[in-house]
Write a protein that binds this ligand. Structure first.
Ligand code: AKG
Ligand code: FE2
Length: 316
């Protein structure tokens, strides 16, 4: 079944029947099939999911807006040597983008430390909201990961795979470029980590490139989150999963906000294809590689301009 409609990325409804999220129910198997098709063909999908209330997402957007108004020297306290993990703003490469990163945000202390740097006088509402959304996004991430493991008969890998990830919360703001009908405010890229779970406000702009090179829309839907497969999970799946290129274009008169939980292999973790996913029909496509080394190589060398950085870096 193809759940893609027109020029939209596929949309999968996790809320039709609460039993569908019970593993081994018929509904679970049907959802697994839909997730498989979406992730193998499009590398992304929208998921309707009601265990994260829209009111919480609204609170995240309103609590986070204050971050962007902080003085520059405060924002700089969120710098991080790991590329794209910390504050990024006023960059020549991304002039209309600003974003903050909170590593390990599902752990309360990590959010507290971030808050102490941004608001030394305290901001308990922010702390509570950010911790709450991060744990709930993590729950959704783990459901999707469980489905992907089940699909390939790798149920027993779910726990260790999940434990090999770290979870980075990011909140992003896209400013309107001056005098422009439509401008790319975040350039075409693939996510380099494992799984991304993203929430966008009501401003349209996220586009996903299909395998036949058409730009599909990810139109904001109430109660929906966007899932992206990253390059590292593509490698883990021995190329079965697809890491889709995507970008953000702004065309109206409103700035845009989004936030996401980015799961990626922890520092020191090696991405390796499980032996169950290699056979005569599926020869090994990727050598084991250290994720952080790949990330630094990507951002610090001309690997960045390679059309297929994963293949160039780790291809057999
Ligand atoms: O803001 C968005 O909608 C997309 C963000 C994104 O693709 C990223 O940060 O990797
Ligand atoms: Fe992305």
């Amino acid at each position: 079944m193809d759940s893609k409609v027109g020029n939209q990325i596929p949309c999968i409804d996790f809320t039709k029947d609460p039993q569908n999220l019970e593993e081994d129910s018929d509904g679970w198997k049907e959802l697994c099939n839909q997730v498989r098709e979406a992730c193998e063909r499009y590398g992304s999908f929208q998921v309707i999911y009601n265990k994260i209330p829209s009111s919480l997402c609204q609170n995240v957007f309103s609590e986070c807006k204050g971050l962007f108004d902080l003085p520059d020297e405060t924002k700089q306290k969120n710098l991080n040597p790991k590329p794209y993990f910390g504050y990024l703003g006023k960059s020549d490469i991304l002039p209309f983008y600003e974003g903050f990163g909170v590593e390990d945000a599902p752990i309360r202390n990590a959010v507290q430390n971030f808050m102490d740097k941004m608001w030394p006088e305290g901001n308990p509402n922010f702390c509570e909201t950010l911790h709450s959304i991060s744990t709930k996004l993590l729950d959704l991430e783990l459901i999707v990961l469980k489905m992907l493991c089940d699909i390939y008969g790798l149920e027993k890998h779910h726990k260790s795979l999940a434990e090999s990830f770290e979870n980075l919360f990011r909140v992003m703001k896209y400013k309107l470029p001056p005098q422009s009908d439509a401008a790319v405010v975040l350039g075409t890229h693939t996510d380099k980590g494992s799984l991304t779970i993203l929430s966008q406000d009501e401003v349209q702009g996220l586009e996903v490139l299909s395998k036949d090179c058409k730009w599909l829309q990810a139109t904001p839907l109430k109660g929906a989150f966007i899932v992206f497969i990253g390059e590292s999970l593509k490698a883990w799946s021995n190329g079965r999963l697809y890491a889709a290129k995507h970008r953000v274009i702004l065309s109206g008169d409103k700035e845009r906000y989004s936030f996401a939980l980015f799961a990626s292999p922890k520092e020191g973790e090696v991405v390796e294809v499980p032996k169950e996913l290699v056979d005569k029909e599926h020869p090994l496509l990727y050598k084991p590689f250290n994720f952080m080394d790949f990330l630094y190589e990507f951002f610090n060398t001309d690997l960045r301009s390679n059309e297929n950085p994963l293949e160039a870096y780790a291809g057999v």
